[in-house]
Design a protein around this ligand. Structure first.
Ligand SMILES: Cc1ncc(C[n+]2csc(CCOP(=O)(O)OP(=O)(O)O)c2C)c(N)n1
Ligand code: SF4
Length: 297
């Protein structure tokens, strides 16, 4: 049977032979996005899993032009590549960045904010595995409440991370960016459509894609796509776009599946108590009240 999503993108591979763990959600996001953007994409990867697994001398696991940036400098290097190639007369290329959640919400946010301010013609993709995975699973600004990481341990008195996940999507939207979107590798067709759309828009584009990490999340390697779907179905993540000053949902679960079931199948949340789970479901419900009020649904 024909698969519409598979048929809408290239059969060529631009990211392969890499050393990511089996079931890595980040590698799925990079692979799919590059299939959309094609051979003339120039990709920038800061320190993080995708640069660590993609650039293993003497192998380069990208078949498009790609470069590692400083950890904080994804967006500024994208700016330079875009300006440099344009100055040399190139027209048919896309400068695209793939940064982790730490490289985006913590250390890269200043350069990203600057690029949006200048409205540089770039696509910035944050693959969000909800921790600093490459250096051993430390909490980032995008680690959700309750998650156990090596810097937010779980024990008798503390139940993992005590802070909520930073709202990067609305932070970039607050800049008045031409296009921003949330996505999940569990809804790969939606992600691909958003990358396709971003590639047609002039100015700065930001896509925030949830990309589970079996190693850090404590799931088995064949659960990545399912769990990336479940986070959306349980209402703990949402698929949306921001464009022309408006927020729009691109997928609306008819009714939420169990947030508890989503949490309890992951090692990083296994310690959570009923009270912790209530904090999470209450904040989900508050978020959805906000979405119903402020998004086109
Ligand atoms: C300035 C600087 N600080 C720290 C590091 C060490 N470092 C390399 S990768 C990494 C973690 C990256 O985490 P994230 O951006 O979330 O991506 P992931 O590893 O999860 O893919 C860190 C802390 C570095 N390379 N440069
Ligand atoms: S540690 Fe996680 S994010 Fe890093 S390569 Fe492995 S699965 Fe992917």
């Amino acid at each position: 049977m024909a698969n519409k999503v598979a048929d809408s993108i290239s059969r060529e591979e631009y990211f392969y032979g890499h050393k990511a763990c089996a079931g890595c959600g980040g590698s799925l996001a990079v692979r799919a996005a590059l299939k959309v953007l094609g051979k003339n994409a120039v990709s920038v990867l800061p320190a993080g899993c995708m640069s660590a697994v993609g650039f293993n001398f003497p192998q380069l696991c990208f078949s498009n032009n790609s470069i590692i940036s400083t950890f904080a400098g994804t967006a500024s290097m994208l700016t330079g590549i875009e300006a440099g190639l344009r100055a040399k007369g190139y027209k048919d290329f896309t400068a695209v960045g793939f940064a982790g959640d730490g490289g985006t919400a913590d250390i890269g946010i200043q350069a990203l904010s600057g690029a949006i301010d200048r409205n540089d013609n770039i696509i910035y993709i944050c693959y969000d595995n909800e921790a600093y995975m490459n250096t051993g699973i430390q909490k980032s600004g995008l680690t959700p409440f309750g998650a156990r990481t090596t810097t937010t341990p779980a024990g008798a008195n503390v139940h993992g991370n005590i802070r909520p996940k930073k709202n990067m999507f609305e932070i970039v939207a607050a800049h008045g960016i031409p296009y921003a979107a949330t996505a999940s590798v569990g809804y790969i067709g939606d992600f691909i459509a958003k990358v396709q759309k971003a590639s047609q828009i002039q100015g700065t584009k930001y896509i925030h894609v949830i990309a589970p990490c079996p190693t850090g999340w404590g799931i088995s390697v064949d659960e990545t796509v399912e769990i990336a779907k479940e986070v959306v179905d349980s209402g703990l993540w949402y698929l949306a776009e921001y464009e022309n000053g408006e927020y729009r949902l691109t997928h609306r679960p008819k009714e939420f599946t169990s947030a508890e079931a989503y949490l309890k199948r992951q090692g990083r949340f296994r310690h959570l108590t009923e009270d912790d789970i209530k904090v999470i479901t209450d904040s989900r419900d508050e978020k959805w009240k906000f979405i119903e009020k402020n998004f086109i649904v």
